[in-house]
Design a protein around this ligand. Sequence first.
Ligand code: ATP
Ligand code: MG
Length: 209
Amino acid sequence: MRVGVMGGTFDPIHLGHLVTAEAVRHRFGLEQVVFVPTGRPPHKRESDVSNAEHRYVMTFLAVVGNPQFSVSRIEIDRLGYSYTFDTMLALGEVYGAGCELYFITGADVMRDIHTWHRAEGLLTLCHFVAASRPGYTLSDYIAQTNLEKFRGSGHIHLLEVPAMAISSTDLRRRVRMGEPIRYLVPEAVENYIREHRLYLEGSCSEKKP
Ligand code: ATP
Ligand code: MG
């Protein structure tokens, strides 16, 4: 069994995340992709990230219609910082020894991954799929890092996915400026953002620039 794990802040989740997950699922024959919203991301200030429950519900709404996608609370319910190493270790136990895990990231995350907690250990726990993302060049990043030596190990994969120049940062800005986010996020997510007045000037969920 092969399971994909897509970690992210998902603040909010958008079509770039979904298209990437689906492309990786298809390419690597994954039975499932689990979306894991971060609890306390070590690389972002807590006050800069929306309430975890809002992010969880939006992620749920985005994936609920696809039986091969699901969402996990594993990082949200964990106290302290969310380290991907701990998450993959825990998911490996959940799915058992017969399961191969594929950690899915965009090219921007791949660029920084060598700085992560136990980065090399992580590569022994799972495969890494770095998906293309507009504005980032994949192969250069790996060459620049000490992960280069893992490249031949068969654990790092690069994949071109349909280019979606969408980011959560831009979506938050759009909401704040009254610009449309329709067709950039699933309709249910758009409605949720409107109903809960997320990302508006002065709202507690707003991230500062
Ligand atoms: P923010 O602007 O708040 O950082 P984001 O759009 O980068 O948000 P994240 O939740 O940070 O979204 O990203 C989760 C994962 O999805 C990361 O691995 C990121 O590289 C990947 N990703 C996000 N947007 C895209 C996209 N448009 N194309 C490909 N991968 C993406
Ligand atoms: Mg990001």
